[in-house]
Design a protein. Structure first.
Length: 293
C-alpha cells in the first residue's frame, strides 16, 4: 500500500484576506457492515489548528481566525487535460468539522467520501495503534516511524505530490506536556523532521519493514500501524529554550527535529464520540427509509 495515497492537501483562506494557508490531511474509514460496499464511513483527518486556522500571536497565545473557504486537493486515477489533481471545496453541513471535547487535543475530523475517480486509499480503523495493539507488538521508543504530507516548497505541477520522511519514536511522555494548542496534552514525541505544511500528516509505525513508502509485511505481521497525527515540532529560540509550535506556521527558528504526535487512540475516541455516532445512525436510518418496499 502506497502511504502517499492516504494524504491530501488542505488549503484554508482567511476572511478579509487572500492569504492561503496549507496543511495536510489524510483519509480514514470506520467499518460498518450495514453499509453497501466498501461497508465503511469515510472521514478526513487533520489538526484542529489547521481546520480552525489557529496561530500563535506575538504573546505566544493561540488565536483562532475566521475562515472563508477550505479546499481539499487530491489526485485522480486518470488525467484531465494533462492534470491529475482535483481541488474540492469542503461544504457545510456535509463536511462539517468535529472536534474532541477536550480542547487540548489537536484533532479534527470531517465526513468525507472520496469518489471512485480519486486515486486515494483510506486507512482503516483496524490499523490504529491503540493500547491493546501497542502491547501486542511491544512498541517502544526507538521503533521506526514513517510520515507523509504536504511539502510547501513543491506541491507538484500536474499532480499533488506528498513528501515521505522517516524517523523513530523518541519518547512516550508519562504525563501531559505543553503542546500545539497552548495547553498541556497527551502526546508522543518522534525524532522526525517535520516542516511548515506537515500539520495533519499521518505517522505510521513500521513494526517490520518498509521501502520507499510502500509498506511490506514480514512473516505475516500487520504491515503498518497508524501511530498518530503530526501536530507540530519543538524548536529552539534565541535563548536556546525549547518551545512548541505548529508546523502550519512559517516562522524562522531552529527546528529541533522533535515532532509532536497526537496519538491514534485519541483519533479513535473522536471517531467514536457521541456526535459522530449519532451522525452515522442518522445516515443508516435515512438509507433504510429510502429503500424500496
Amino acid at each position: 500500500m502506497l502511504l502517499s495515497k492516504t494524504v491530501v492537501l488542505i488549503t484554508t483562506y482567511l476572511q478579509g484576506t487572500s492569504a492561503a494557508h496549507g496543511g495536510t490531511g489524510f483519509l480514514v474509514s470506520l467499518a460498518d457492515s450495514r453499509l453497501p460496499a466498501p461497508k465503511a464511513f469515510g472521514y478526513l483527518v487533520t489538526n484542529r489548528h489547521v481546520a480552525e486556522a489557529i496561530f500563535k500571536d506575538g504573546n505566544n497565545d493561540c488565536q483562532r481566525h475566521a475562515i472563508s473557504q477550505t479546499f481539499v486537493t487530491m489526485n485522480l486515477k486518470n488525467e484531465v487535460n494533462g492534470n491529475r489533481s482535483i481541488r474540492l471545496p469542503l461544504s457545510r453541513p456535509v463536511n462539517s468539522w468535529y472536534f474532541p471535547d477536550d480542547p487540548s487535543v489537536d484533532l479534527a475530523v470531517a465526513p468525507f467520501g472520496a469518489s471512485d475517480e480519486s486515486d486515494s486509499i483510506n486507512v482503516g480503523d483496524g490499523l490504529f495503534l491503540t493500547s491493546d495493539i501497542w502491547k501486542q507488538f511491544a512498541v517502544t521508543p526507538g521503533d521506526k516511524v514513517l510520515t507523509t504530507g504536504f511539502f510547501r516548497l513543491y506541491t507538484g505541477v500536474h499532480q499533488f505530490q506528498p513528501m515521505v520522511r522517516e524517523g523513530v519514536l523518541a519518547m512516550v511522555p508519562d504525563d501531559a506536556m505543553q503542546s500545539t494548542l497552548c495547553q498541556p496534552a497527551r502526546v508522543y514525541l518522534a525524532d522526525l523532521h517535520v516542516i511548515p505544511g506537515n500539520s495533519g500528516s499521518s505517522v505510521f509505525l513500521g513494526p517490520k519493514s518498509f521501502l520507499g513508502g510502500l509498506v511490506r509485511p514480514s512473516n505475516g505481521a500487520v504491515p503498518y500501524l497508524l501511530l498518530g497525527v503530526v501536530a507540530g515540532y519543538m524548536y529552539e529560540d534565541s535563548d536556546l529554550t525549547l518551545r512548541t509550535t505548529t508546523d502550519y506556521e512559517a516562522v524562522l527558528h531552529a527546528n529541533s527535529g522533535i515532532a509532536i504526535v497526537v496519538p491514534a487512540e485519541q483519533l479513535k475516541a473522536l471517531l467514536m464520540s457521541a456526535p459522530l455516532r449519532q451522525l452515522r445512525e442518522q445516515t443508516i436510518a435515512s438509507m433504510n427509509i429510502q429503500k424500496p418496499k
